[in-house]
Ligand binder design. Structure first.
Ligand SMILES: Cc1cc2nc3c(=O)[nH]c(=O)nc-3n(C[C@H](O)[C@H](O)[C@H](O)COP(=O)(O)OP(=O)(O)OC[C@H]3O[C@@H](n4cnc5c(N)ncnc54)[C@H](O)[C@@H]3O)c2cc1C
Length: 470
């Protein structure tokens, strides 16, 4: 077991990509085996925050007290067998993608930040551009070896329903409590996942480091598509882009796996690094479609070109990928926008003020109009980008020091409206420490009491991820 006790060695574990300040920890423990981790949890009764790669945006890996346990040594990756891979939680998405390059297998979840650890992506139920077609991390987890806060261990497998108790390694049993709460019916990462008759595994996934510690994970893989067809389309008006997305969603003619949006201010920011963005463009859409067989590529491209004709797109100025290097470059273009925002926040010493809200399909147009009406012309810089296909956009507010209150009241106004449309205040980053106020408004206090019962059966001392979610 490695122990870090000096202020300087603890400091890196008090940060994540949210720029949240105020983290505190007495010590960082870095176990080198599951046995060491279990002993530490049994012998040391202080509150514990688990640390992944620290790319999270909700401050859930930032401890408010007690100790940090970092699983950075748990980075073993087994070979793929029957479309599954076992790996340690510290393996990063990038490591996994590199590893799979030499195989015929593909892991679809692609949260834009590839330095994220697989453990962190399970804890937040991360999603990304390709979730539009393939779904979220939860859909690709077959099993997880979990340790509870008191050191008990359980292998949680797909198909093990909450109607049956969890059988722990010391032969004790844990039953799912009676509660009324169920998770909203749209893309959602807010609070615990609860559906009647669901698997225990789905409860642990997305629990923001508060219910159990993943020490070994079995991921489900899909056969690798031969290639991806992809483009970045530009529009003279934002509305033209929203209309196109509605048309794409209601046709079977084309079937993209990603539909990612950039508003006019995102393009303004990106122009610093991409001077080739057309000057008249006020919006852009990055799309890609997976093509199983390379021989079908030309036909699929023709279908897209035909579909896109006469749809108010700046076709001559738009970028179409010629090869997989271009597809990668478009992903990097998408990744650049949150990176530039995070850099701006760091330079300004500002905590990230970014929304992660989504609504059911029927509110898509209302949501887009409402966002623009509420934010435009207020004198407060902002950008809107993200997963348009899932009605799930990230609004990042960039207030100067005199505009903090205005930013907070705008965020409140946006959240209230999304909640009134039965949407979610977090569709992919989780609640963590930053969005609890909105989560409580979204589900109400009775539901919070129900969720506390779940926490209570798995971690009665409230040691794990203290200060997150509830
Ligand atoms: C530029 C940028 C773009 C991003 N884009 C996306 C995106 O498109 N989609 C998306 O979903 N997210 C996105 N994110 C957010 C982030 O990458 C994800 O939330 C990611 O899942 C966090 O992983 P991590 O390893 O960094 O976790 P951390 O930040 O270290 O921790 C996050 C949470 O996971 C818990 N945790 C970590 N490991 C374990 C474990 N083994 N067992 C139990 N709990 C654990 C922690 O305690 C904490 O609660 C982005 C972040 C950045 C900086």
């Amino acid at each position: 077991m490695i122990r870090k006790t000096s202020k300087e060695s603890i400091a890196p574990y008090l940060r994540d990509a949210s720029n949240y300040s105020g983290g505190k920890a007495e010590e960082v423990l870095i176990p080198e085996s599951v046995d060491e981790l279990v002993c530490a949890l049994k012998d040391d009764l202080r509150p514990v925050t688990i640390s992944g790669a620290g790319t999270g945006l909700n401050a859930s890996r930032i401890p408010s007290e007690g100790i940090v346990i970092s699983l950075e040594r748990f980075n073993e990756m087994k070979t793929v067998k029957n479309g599954e891979i076992w790996l340690g939680p510290a393996v990063t998405l990038l490591n996994l993608q590199e590893h799979l390059k030499n195989t015929n297998w593909f892991y679809p979840p692609n949260p834009t930040e590839t330095n994220a650890s697989i453990g962190g992506t399970l804890a937040t139920n991360a999603s990304g551009s390709r979730s539009y077609k393939f779904g979220v991390t939860r859909n690709f987890v077959n099993a997880a070896d979990c340790i509870l806060a008191d050191g008990r261990r359980v292998m949680v497998k797909r198909g093990h329903k909450i109607t049956e108790p969890l059988l722990m390694d010391d032969d004790s049993e844990i039953g799912f409590p009676e509660i009324k709460y169920t998770t909203p019916n749209c893309k959602n990462a807010a609070g615990y996942f609860v559906q009647p008759g669901m698997d225990w595994l789905d409860l642990f996934i997305g629990s923001d480091g508060t219910l159990g510690i993943f020490v070994n994970i079995c991921l489900k893989l899909l056969p690798r598509p031969d290639t991806f067809l992809s483009a970045v389309l530009f529009f003279e008006k934002e509305k033209y882009c929203w209309d196109l997305v509605s048309k794409i969603k209601s046709t079977t003619f084309v079937s993209p796996c990603s539909l990612e949006y950039f508003d006019r201010f995102s393009l303004e920011l990106l122009r610093e690094n991409y001077p080739n963005i057309p000057l008249q463009a006020e919006a852009a859409l990055f799309f890609e479609e997976d093509v199983a067989d390379q021989n079908d590529y030309d036909a699929a491209l023709l279908v897209w070109v035909e579909f896109l004709t006469d749809k108010n797109i700046l076709m001559d100025e738009s970028w179409f990928a010629h090869d997989q290097k271009d597809v990668q470059a478009f992903h990097e273009f998408r990744h650049q926008i949150p990176m530039l925002v995070n850099e701006k926040n760091s330079r300004a010493g500002r905590e990230k003020i970014g929304t992660d809200m989504a609504v059911p399909d029927k509110y898509f147009d209302d949501m887009m109009t409402f966002y623009n009406k509420t934010l435009f012309g207020k004198g407060l810089p902002y950008v809107i980008f993200g997963h348009l296909g899932d009605n799930h956009l990230h609004i990042n507010l960039l207030p100067d020091s005199s505009q903090k209150k205005l930013a907070e009241s705008l965020y409140d106004e946006l959240a209230r409206k999304i909640i009134s449309w039965e949407g979610t205040v977090s569709a992919e980053h989780g609640i963590g420490k930053k969005k609890k106020k909105y989560f409580h408004e979204m589900v109400g206090e009775e539901s919070i009491e129900g969720l506390k019962k779940i926490k209570n059966v798995l971690d009665p001392q409230t040691r794990l991820g203290r200060g997150n979610v509830l």
